[in-house]
Write a new protein. Structure first.
Length: 452
């Protein structure tokens, strides 16, 4: 009894302290948070804090866009030697084809973008001792309904060889039928392609005969309308074997400047020309008074690993001013193979061939496994051009200009790396000119090319 009484007294003494203790707080999702402390007046804050908004108050939509133009240098250097061998009969029919040593192209320029809405190119040609504009344009890349609209001086989208940069063409010069294709002119052109980039359509309006200064002065109606459609029914860039098939067609409707067409702008018989579309040295130079003319082009190419074939047909129908209609046409077939396993590159938004990716470029170190002897490409081309229309006017010497040209070219290209190559060509031209016996002229050429 005594122990029980003492225990009750002890519990009774401790009970008031336990009753006064606060129970532990339990978190609750419905609990109202304490109100924040009142902000200090701006006048009482330091100057730096008073003028800078709080980080959490920034609005992402109010951030300034960085739309400064980007700039990347571009250009090419092509040092070349071209030699000819002719018989007496060939000189009588064609004239003396003069050898040439120097620069085929020396171009310097830049390119860039302004955000993702605008791109631009500005490039000039320096070979030949004078400055000439090449690609100089602004492109709008964010307009609704199209992928790109170019305004300026650039090559009209027409033939496959014409749209392939000289950095990536297989031979020293494009095939003779390229003389029927439009070159660079001032104008505006719209391009469209789907998301998979397997179809490309372009439509443009240009000033035919734009000078090398990029200007077309006068009130003449020398407008040209050019359209091109290309597609890739086969395109397999991944896997062990690169494969593609390119098909396309183009048309152009044109009014020549001053009512005169010149399909062979090559000056004299110099083999080393700096013209944009020089034509063939085996063709006579002639001027055709005309009201208008139309051009037509069909193009096809295929790549299967290191092997490739390419072919085009081009034609022109000329409405002469005071004579009958002229029809001229030509075609070529090209085949090439890389002995070192590479393949030709392709640009889907340009519809043309592009840079070759060299597997083992030539480098100084002989022990680096990434290096090698570069890439070797062998190529051959057969071309035919029919300038035998009975309505052709005489050439500049008053002789008949009617000619059929057969031409064969063999080439070896050594790609030291992705940006440097050495090209060696042999061409046999067999012009069959009315009034002369068929003859053969031989041309040998070598070029060292650097591009960036």
């Amino acid at each position: 009894m005594i122990r029980a009484a003492l225990l009750c007294i002890a519990v009774g003494a401790a009970w008031p302290q336990a009753a006064r203790a606060e129970p532990p707080a339990r978190p609750s999702e419905f609990a109202t948070p304490d109100p924040p402390a009142p902000a200090e007046p701006a006048a009482l804050l330091p100057r730096a804090l008073a003028t800078e908004p709080l980080p959490e108050s920034r609005n992402p939509l109010e951030e300034r866009l960085d739309l400064r133009p980007s700039i990347q240098l571009r250009g090419r250097i092509e040092a070349e030697a071209t030699l000819s061998a002719q018989s007496v009969a060939s000189k009588a029919a064609l004239g003396d084809l003069v050898n040439g040593f120097g620069f085929r192209r020396v171009r310097l320029g830049a390119q860039g973008t302004v955000g993702d809405s605008t791109s631009w190119v500005s490039e000039v040609e320096l070979a030949g001792g004078s400055v000439r504009l090449r690609d100089v344009f602004v492109a709008f890349d964010a307009l609704p309904g199209v992928r790109q609209v170019r305004v300026g001086n650039f090559r009209e989208p027409y033939s496959l060889e014409g749209m392939t940069s000289s950095n990536f063409i297989t031979f020293l010069e494009r095939a003779p039928q390229n003389v029927l294709s439009p070159a660079r002119n001032w104008g505006a052109c719209a391009f469209w392609w789907p998301d998979d980039e397997r179809l490309l359509f372009s439509l443009g309006v240009f000033r035919d005969g734009t000078g090398s200064n990029g200007q077309s002065i006068g009130d003449g109606d020398n407008w040209a309308y050019t359209a091109r459609l290309t597609g890739l029914p086969v395109y397999q860039p991944d896997g062990d074997l690169y494969r593609l098939v390119h098909l396309g067609a183009a048309i152009t409707v044109r009014v020549p400047p001053d009512g005169v067409i010149n399909f062979t702008p090559r000056t004299g018989s110099n083999l080393l020309t700096v013209e944009d579309n020089p034509g063939s040295p085996f063709l006579p130079s002639l001027s055709i008074p005309a009201n208008s003319y139309q051009g037509y082009n069909l193009q096809a190419a295929a790549v299967r690993g290191p092997f490739s074939v390419q072919s085009e047909w081009s034609a022109a129908v000329v409405q002469q001013t005071r004579a009958g209609t002229i029809f001229v046409h030509g075609m070529y077939v090209t085949g090439s193979v890389f002995l070192t396993g590479e393949h030709r590159g392709y640009n889907r938004t340009r519809g043309s061939f592009d840079q070759v990716d060299v597997l083992r470029p030539l480098i100084r170190s002989r022990t680096d496994p990434r290096g090698g002897w570069g890439a070797i490409e062998l190529a051959a081309r057969l071309s035919y051009l029919d300038f035998n229309s009975p309505n052709l006017p005489p050439d500049v010497n008053g002789a008949s200009a009617r000619t059929r040209l057969f031409e064969g070219t063999l080439g070896v290209n050594w790609y030291l790396n992705n940006f440097t190559r050495v090209m060696i060509n042999y061409t046999a031209g067999v012009p069959d000119k009315l009034g002369f016996n068929s003859t053969v002229a031989h041309i040998f050429g070598i070029r060292t090319a650097l591009y960036w």
